[in-house]
Design a protein around this ligand. Structure first.
Ligand code: G4P
Ligand code: NA
Ligand code: NA
Length: 194
């Protein structure tokens, strides 16, 4: 998605060979027009897949998912990282280990919101090692629902998230795929000369 790649180039900040900071439009300040366009693109990619629910994880997955769900005319559900006060025991749970943060988070979704008749599009802001995505898939499968695929805003293709998900047979649609972060510069997969 060209507009997204342009935002990454012009408004992203390469912190290291591993980490891209995008606080200017995605992770802190939100460019609502860009996120609306991102959501529309996910909706276009999955419009023939019979999506009944869009599932993401708080907090940064919510902005790019909102317009996708709106456009597909489905509810948007976000998994919680901390159990809320009002949540009872009627929940699906999964453990997500973050290699970046070296910590495990329990993620939770109420059983009221996903059931065996659902076809779910999973959306997240970043795909790195795929742990968040695998946790969300686990929850959809606990519900007996179908995973239609994963919509990712920014994929770090030099990490192994996509490989793991594809090996398990899941469809991954990433709107920007980063081949390399180096010396303040971003190289996208589709810019590689082959
Ligand atoms: P994984 O789920 O693919 O295995 O990723 P990882 O554990 O590495 O990611 C942990 C957190 O860091 C996630 O956010 C993820 O979106 C974010 N992240 C991973 N790589 C990058 C990066 O290069 N840049 C930025 N800006 N974020 C990255 P989170 O902890 O769930 O936070 P939230 O923003 O959703 O609240
Ligand atoms: Na994040
Ligand atoms: Na995220």
């Amino acid at each position: 998605m060209e507009k997204l790649k342009q935002a990454i180039r012009e408004r992203g900040n390469v912190l290291s060979s591993e980490v891209l900071k995008v606080d200017t439009f995605l992770n802190h300040q939100v460019d609502v027009n860009l996120m609306a366009a991102v959501g529309e693109e996910f909706a276009r990619l999955f419009k023939k897949d019979g999506i009944t629910k869009v599932l993401t994880i708080e907090s940064s997955g919510i902005a790019p998912s909102f317009m996708a769900a709106s456009s597909l005319n489905t509810p948007l559900i976000f998994a919680r990282k901390k159990k809320s006060l009002t949540m009872n025991e009627n929940v699906y749970n999964s453990q997500v280990y973050s290699f970046t943060k070296r910590e495990t988070n329990d993620i939770t979704v109420s059983k009221d919101f996903i059931n065996a008749n659902d076809t779910v599009l999973i959306i997240d802001d970043f795909l790195a090692n795929g742990q968040a995505a695998l946790g969300l898939i686990d929850i959809v499968e606990q519900a007996g629902a179908k995973v239609a695929g994963l919509g990712i805003v920014i994929e770090k293709s030099f990490q192994d998230g996509r490989k793991k998900l594809e090996k398990d047979g899941y469809r991954v649609e990433s709107l920007a795929r980063i081949h390399e972060l180096k010396a303040g510069h971003v190289t996208f997969v589709d810019e590689l000369v082959t």
